[in-house]
Structures are given as structure tokens and as C-alpha cells.
Write a protein that binds this ligand. Structure first.
Ligand code: MN
Length: 234
């Protein structure tokens, strides 16, 4: 196919134990999926999961064992981290039954949903869309994807994040309000899911801000770890 301008390169994440890459289609995110985080954001009670999206090229691949530089973004003085289990889909569909959702999972990663929190708070108050607070460049660092092994679902395990070696978030995947199968089922009512989709599944309590010079490290038992160095604005 001839293109009139140069087509963008596919967004791709490294895969553990392979020289092949996982191609990213869309990035979906779940809001307030841990009760302790919902409380720290001023909310209580169980509600249906709600979703927002980031562009595929917001993904920032963070290969295992490397620390990736991340320039502090413009237009924020409150740049916050949220460590999340990322589910990488190998299948898709609409109106997926929760009992069948597990079959769509190709693998898992560790992601950080980066947020211009000050902008997000203002936009929420104004009733305006969130994109500029959530969907900017490099706002979705993701580790290498760990392929799901038969019977090897990731539904429990410690999820943590440290800033300059100090633990800030420390939860367990079992504390998710909506589990991965229910998230996939709900999401597939509104979007036709496809191979290559990533789903950020929410963050436990302890979100907070970083500044240039900080080092972010995060991990999930059985999935992997991720390391970022926040640099001065580009
Ligand atoms: Mn989040």
C-alpha cells in the first residue's frame, strides 16, 4: 500500500522470553478499582467499573532490567503515578461472557498510569474530558509482557511502587473491586475488543507526585518490574 505521508511505526512491547514483540492496538483504563484508592480520591461504595482510554502510542516500552528516562510533562505541577496490572489481550469480541473472558488474555504487564492530577481535578470540576490529563505522550509506561502460561492466571499477588527506594503503594491484586474477567466483560459491552488491546486495571492506594530527578520502580508478583527515571522537561 502506498501512503501519502510516512505511516507511523506500530507500537510494540517486548515479550519476556522471546525476540518477538506484542503489538499494541488500544489502551483502555479502569478508574477507581481498589476501595482504598477510591476512598483516597473521595469516593465510597461499589459502582460499575468505568473506563477511559489512552492513545496506543502513549505506551512507553520499559524493557526488563532497564531504567527508561521519562521527561517531566508540560502543564502540570502535580505529576502522579498509579501502578497497575496490565492485561494484554490476544483475542477480542463484543459482549464477552465473564466466564469466557479469561481465554482472551494473552499475557500480563506492569504499567504506570501517569496523570497530570492538577489538570484532571480541574477538568472533573468543569465536566470536561480527561484526555489532556491522562492521554499524553509517554503516559503509559509498560513492562515487557509476560505470556500467560496454561493455568497461569494472575489474579492475586503483591502490587507495589517505590519512589527513590521508598515504598509508596503496596497492595494486592485480590483487592480489586472488579476482577479481570468482569472488567473484560463490562468493557466489551461498549467497545469491540481486539487482539493487541491493553487494559490498565486500576491502582491501589498511595498515589502521589514525582518530580524531575526521582526514580520510580514498581512491580507485581509473578509479572515483572518496571523502572523509570524522571528527567527535566524535554
Ligand atoms: Mn489509573
Amino acid at each position: 500500500m502506498d501512503f501519502v505521508i510516512t505511516a507511523a511505526a506500530p507500537v510494540a512491547l517486548p515479550v519476556l522470553g522471546s525476540s518477538a514483540f506484542f503489538p499494541v492496538h488500544r489502551i483502555y483504563c479502569v478508574g477507581r478499582n481498589y476501595a482504598d484508592h477510591a476512598r483516597e480520591m473521595g469516593h465510597t461504595g461499589r459502582e460499575d467499573p468505568f473506563f477511559f482510554a489512552k492513545p496506543a502510542d502513549a505506551a512507553l516500552p520499559v524493557p526488563t532490567g532497564s531504567t527508561v528516562a521519562l521527561p517531566y510533562p508540560s502543564h502540570t505541577a502535580d505529576f502522579q503515578y498509579e501502578v497497575e496490572l496490565v492485561v494484554a489481550l490476544g483475542g477480542g469480541g463484543s459482549d464477552v461472557d465473564p466466564a469466557a473472558a479469561g481465554k482472551l488474555i494473552w499475557g500480563y504487564g506492569v504499567g504506570i498510569d501517569l496523570t497530570r492530577r492538577d489538570l484532571q481535578s480541574t477538568l472533573k470540576k468543569q465536566g470536561r474530558p480527561w484526555e489532556i490529563s491522562k492521554g499524553f505522550e509517554r503516559s503509559a509506561p509498560v513492562s515487557a509482557i509476560r505470556p500467560r502460561v496454561p493455568g497461569g492466571r494472575i489474579d492475586s499477588g503483591r502490587i507495589w511502587l517505590a519512589v527513590n527506594g521508598e515504598r509508596r503503594q503496596d497492595g494486592d491484586l485480590t483487592a480489586m473491586i472488579w476482577g479481570v474477567d468482569d472488567i473484560i466483560a463490562h468493557l466489551s459491552r461498549y467497545f469491540t475488543l481486539a487482539p493487541g488491546d491493553l487494559i490498565f486495571t486500576g491502582t491501589p492506594a498511595g498515589v502521589g507526585a514525582v518530580k524531575a530527578g526521582d526514580r520510580l520502580q514498581a512491580g507485581i508478583d509473578g509479572v515483572g518490574e518496571i523502572s523509570l527515571a524522571i528527567t527535566e522537561a524535554a
